[in-house]
Design a protein around this ligand. Structure first.
Ligand code: GTP
Ligand code: MG
Length: 155
């Protein structure tokens, strides 16, 4: 019995130290084009586990809060209009090194600059309509996960 206790202790430790989570959002034009299934398949094939998932639509005030870091950028209004233009799929993912590995999987902001095999290269239309979001740090991943999901919605 004691050895199982140790095993569980180390599994918890592994989760705390190495496993981490990231937040992603399949953006309106990709949802509209019915790309959700294909995109999710690529994500799961790369070893990410889905912890929470929902289809929802951002209000203008929610979108402004979510993208607040960009509020002084010239494209801010365009970004808010786009991200509120239709439903999105909000997802929490878990994996070792989740934030960095997921940013590598989605590729550069502009699909023309994204590497072959990345989600944006395969599915994005343009730098603005770029199919998918990925958190850029562990800190922002936590903020973004909490923005969309309560603790009881995560498994
Ligand atoms: P996210 O994962 O969505 O945060 O993208 P990112 O981290 O690769 O890029 P960034 O945070 O710099 O920009 C946020 C979002 O703003 C992008 O994903 C685009 O949808 C949009 N965006 C970025 N640059 C431009 C631009 O020059 N014009 C327009 N219209 N939208 C832009
Ligand atoms: Mg960003």
């Amino acid at each position: 019995m004691q050895k199982y206790k140790y095993l569980l202790f180390f599994l918890d430790l592994h989760k705390l130290i190495i496993m981490n989570k990231t937040f992603t959002m399949i953006k309106p034009e990709a949802v509209e084009k019915n790309l959700t299934g294909e995109i999710l398949q690529k994500i799961c094939q790369k070893g990410f586990n889905v912890i929470a998932l929902k289809k929802t639509k951002l209000s203008v005030s929610q979108a402004k809060k979510f993208y607040d870091v960009h509020n002084e950028r010239p494209f801010f209004n365009e970004l808010i209009e786009y991200i509120t233009s239709g439903p999105i799929i909000a997802i929490i993912l878990e994996k070792d090194n989740a934030v960095l590995d997921f940013r590598n999987l989605i590729g550069s902001t502009d699909p023309n600059e994204a590497e072959e095999g990345t989600i944006r290269k395969m599915f994005a239309e343009s730098k603005s309509k770029n199919a998918i979001h990925g958190s850029d740090s562990n800190e922002n991943a936590n903020i973004e996960c909490d923005f969309f999901f309560s603790k009881t919605e995560r498994f």
